[in-house]
Design a binder for this molecule. Structure first.
Ligand SMILES: [Zn+2]
Length: 153
């Protein structure tokens, strides 16, 4: 690839880099282009995306959180789609999708539930019951809220 600065020859290299994520510093290996003439370094959008994921993976390791690959494994073991797991954990839409692509790091509580279900998959039924109870409580709240609105009107 031609160097974006001087037009010289740029080669793919891998370098150890310190990266910062929400105040945490981690060290990751980054793939990038480095110019043989001016030594300038630059990345393609794909390399930039890989770097961001690598930094988040390192943060996951540092905090003892599941890797995206293991989240996929656990979900498959449970026989759930991404949308079904999102509903089960009440995460909102596309959140599991982002955990699995490495774009978003799951919180500690979700990580705990995932590990629980990995070790004791039969607990899925109990988590389902909790989700049902939660939906029921939400519906009851909405019904009461509508009732109050009717009284005011
Ligand atoms: Zn150059």
């Amino acid at each position: 690839m031609d160097c974006v600065i001087c037009g010289g020859n740029a080669k793919i290299v891998t370098e150890q880099k310190q990266a910062r994520y929400r105040g945490e510093v981690v060290e990751v290996t980054q793939e990038l282009y480095r110019c043989e003439s001016c030594q300038e370094g630059f990345v393609t959008p794909e390399q930039a995306g890989n770097h961001v994921r690598a930094v988040k993976n390192e943060i996951r390791k540092k905090y003892g959180l599941l890797s995206p690959e293991r989240i996929v494994e656990i979900r498959n073991k449970l026989g759930l789609t991404q949308a079904q797991l999102e509903e089960l954990l009440n995460t909102g839409s596309k959140v599991v999708v982002r955990w699995e692509s490495g774009k978003v790091i799951q919180g500690d509580s979700h990580d705990t539930v995932l590990r629980l279900l990995e070790k004791w998959p039969s607990e899925l039924e109990h988590v389902r019951q909790i989700q049902k109870l939660r939906s029921q409580e939400q519906r009851e709240y909405e019904t009461r809220a509508r009732g109050r609105a009717a009284c005011v009107a």
